[in-house]
Design a protein around this ligand. Structure first.
Ligand SMILES: Cc1cc2nc3c(=O)[nH]c(=O)nc-3n(C[C@H](O)[C@H](O)[C@H](O)COP(=O)(O)O)c2cc1C
Length: 154
């Protein structure tokens, strides 16, 4: 059974680009073996992560992630059986917001410009990810390899 798990958490220290890159390297290595796909957001010390894949693989991975001391307060936002993946090509990518008030996604999914994933309802989180997936599908491998999906209006 294919499932999608979405959770929010808070980093225990202020992580820099290298720290995130390190998390992504490990994630991509492990997730490709377990056929897990997804996306990781990090902003204002908040994480929002989406993991999709076979139920057992996702459950096992989530338990491992939740025990990681680099973040705390993991809160499950949604866990559901899904018909297909939103991020079929991504073993795990980092996405972040591009600062600027003209950004539709920022206006829609932040509170005064601050990303507050703990406040997301399951519906909001899913529609946010669905919008990100549309942007993701338009990106070529060059952008993907930069390990940074910048969310901005075209
Ligand atoms: C916010 C966050 C997200 C993570 N996402 C993943 C992930 O998607 N897949 C994964 O295998 N590890 C992820 N990790 C790392 C795990 O917590 C753990 O360190 C790692 O899986 C251990 O792998 P290793 O035994 O190969 O070193 C994440 C860690 C953090 C802090």
């Amino acid at each position: 059974m294919l499932v999608r798990l979405i959770y929010a958490s808070y980093s225990t220290t202020d992580l820099n680009r290298d720290d995130i890159a390190q998390i992504l390297r490990t994630s991509q290595k492990n997730n490709s073996v377990k056929k897990i796909s997804g996306v990781l957001f990090y902003s204002d010390r908040y994480f929002l992560q989406c993991l999709e894949g076979e139920r057992h693989a996702v459950n096992e991975t989530y338990l491992r992630i939740a025990a990681d001391p680099r973040h705390a307060k993991c809160v499950l936002i949604d866990y559901n059986a899904v018909p297909s993946r939103l991020f079929p090509k991504w073993a795990m990518e980092h996405a972040s917001f591009f600062g600027g008030l003209d950004n539709e996604l920022i206006i829609k999914y932040t509170e005064m410009g601050v990303f507050q994933p703990f406040h997301f309802t399951p519906q909001q989180a899913n529609s946010f990810l669905a919008e990100v997936a549309v942007i993701a599908a338009t990106l070529d491998d060059t952008v993907r390899r930069s390990q940074q999906l910048i969310l901005r209006k075209n």
